[in-house]
Design a protein around this ligand. Structure first.
Ligand code: GTP
Ligand code: MG
Length: 497
């Protein structure tokens, strides 16, 4: 089973080894360190291999001479079963057989060209040693000089040869040279030697925990998993560091400066162009402002003119309306034949003047038309009513008349008493003495007598009865000097032509 797992990991790695840099899976971990520190062993165990297995990707030395000669990467699953990642193994420095500068150059080129970026620079130290190897110092100095001090942001310290068997743990606890002590010592040393004041984090991964004789040791396995998990979490959360040398940065800077100058030129030209356009625009604005104010004045003047004209037209319209009404009235009135007499709500009520061709019926002289030289009927001043009549009756004035009528007299019966009266009378006469001859003479005589009448035989004069019809009109009606129904005054006018 273990063999199969290794084989699978190797196959994956082999198949991916020809990858382009940008295709290398992340996180990427670059392991740096002195020769023999255990870099290749660590790279193997991170890929799930045994630290020193022949089947491992990275060759592991015997501890005397440097083993890894070239920088190379391996791609596989984390601890042989996790997510894909990339681990980069670098040569050890400080071997008298090698030219460190040459190794560093090759390594830098490989990192730039084949790896491109990394999430973690893991600097491996042999945990059993307490000092920083001078060759390693040189390498770090080179890296710092090439990539800049920013590379410290991605650095993690890693201590190999840090066993978690009981004896080793007890020994460290006894001596006080624990993990925190180790980190303090190395951080202090690094800060003194290099341009960093960062307190770097660290992991203690003992590759030998995966040796067959240790896999049964629960403590060692627990520590191995804890420390590798810590490394994984740091790797997946770290921002990738791009392998750009100072030279690259300078080149890029020069390029950017060049670009900047180009852009500046363009911007300057654009600004110049903009200034010119701005000047034109300002002139346009000024011209437009002038035109606008001129237009405003003209508009205002036009508006005033329009208003005046409008008012004139309103007046004209009112006059036209008046004329129209007059015309309409005229038309209506002219439709009436000459001699027509109509009632008119006169000037004070109708606010209208007497239409042409009409004259008040006030008895004034008619000056034109077929009735010329006649007096207009005098209806208005005399307050006359009009009545229908025959053609020969026209214009005949009639005074008021009351129809002959009778009044019933209610006599509630009364009595006349004749208390008797005397009639005196004188009788003069002549008496012919009948004689049958001519000598008969006439004898004058006077007789005065007084006789008493019989009662009830006197004739009673009406005036003596005391009965009279006083007023013909009952007091509940208005009594006046004319007879009229209810009415309303208008002025009568007559059409004369
Ligand atoms: N006890 C112990 N031995 C280790 C550990 N890691 C590596 N070794 C041994 O240390 C020796 C060097 O290991 P390598 O992995 O080759 O070291 P390296 O850093 O790759 O060396 P170079 O490639 O020469 O730079 C080998 O004999 C390993 O077996 C460890 O964690 N504990
Ligand atoms: Mg090696």
């Amino acid at each position: 089973m273990y063999f199969l797992k290794i084989l699978l990991s190797v196959l994956i790695t082999l198949s991916l080894n020809g990858c382009l840099a940008e295709e290398l899976p992340e996180p990427r971990v670059v392991i740096l360190g002195a020769t023999g520190a255990g870099k290749s062993s660590l790279a193997n165990v991170l890929l799930g291999c045994s630290p020193d297995s022949d089947d491992c990707l990275f060759e592991v030395g015997d501890g005397t001479d440097s083993c890894t000669k070239d920088t190379s990467y391996g791609v596989g699953q984390w601890l042989g079963e996790g997510a894909n990642f990339t681990v980069v193994d670098t040569p050890g420095f400080g071997d008298s057989n090698n030219d460190d500068n040459e190794l560093i150059d090759e390594m830098i080129h490989f990192l730039k060209d084949s790896v491109n970026s990394t999430n973690v620079f893991m600097i491996s130290f042999n945990g059993e040693q307490d000092r920083l190897d001078s060759s390693l110092q040189q390498m770090i100095r080179e890296i710092e000089a090439l990539f800049g001090t920013k590379f410290w942001d991605n650095v993690i310290l890693e201590f190999t040869h840090w066993a978690y068997d009981n004896a080793s743990v007890q020994k460290r606890n006894f001596t006080g040279k624990t993990e925190s002590w180790k980190l303090d010592v190395y951080n202090q040393a690094l800060q003194e030697m290099f341009h960093t004041n960062r307190t770097l984090d660290g992991v203690f991964i003992d590759s030998y925990a995966q040796m067959p004789w240790n896999t049964g040791d629960v403590n060692q396995q627990t520590a191995f998993l804890r420390e590798t998990s810590k490394l994984w979490n740091m790797a997946i959360t770290a921002e990738p560091f791009e392998f750009m040398t100072i030279e690259d940065v300078l080149n890029e800077l020069a390029f950017l400066r060049n670009e900047n100058e180009k852009l500046n030129r363009i911007i300057n030209e654009d600004i110049k162009d903009l200034y010119q356009r701005l000047e034109v625009a300002v002139m346009d604005i000024s011209t437009n402002s002038f035109l606008i104010s001129k237009n405003e004045l003209e508009t205002e003047s036009s508006l005033q003119t329009i208003n005046i004209k409008l008012e004139e037209q309103v007046d004209e319209l009112a006059e036209l309306k008046q004329d129209f009404n007059t015309t309409v009235d005229g038309i209506n009135l002219s439709m009436m034949p000459i001699g027509s007499i109509i009632g008119w709500s006169g000037q004070s009520i109708s606010k209208n003047i007497l239409p042409l061709g009409w004259q008040l019926c006030d008895g004034s002289l008619i000056l034109s038309g077929p009735m010329k030289n006649q007096l207009a009927p005098n209806l208005n001043s005399a307050g006359r009513f009009l009545r229908g009549g025959q053609v020969y009756d026209e214009w005949i004035y009639q005074e008021q008349m009351l129809l002959n009528h009778m009044h019933d007299v209610d006599d509630p019966s009364h009595k006349h008493t004749d208390r008797g009266h005397q009639h005196g009378f004188t009788y003069q006469g002549s008496q012919d003495h009948d004689g049958d001859n001519a000598n008969d003479r006439t004898q004058s005589y006077t007789v005065t007598r007084s006789s008493q009448t019989d009662t009830g035989k006197a004739d009673i004069e009406f005036a003596k009865t005391g009965i009279s019809v006083r007023d013909a009109v009952s007091s509940q009606y208005d009594i006046g000097n004319e007879i009229r129904p209810k009415n309303m005054f208008v002025e009568y006018i007559i059409r004369i032509f």
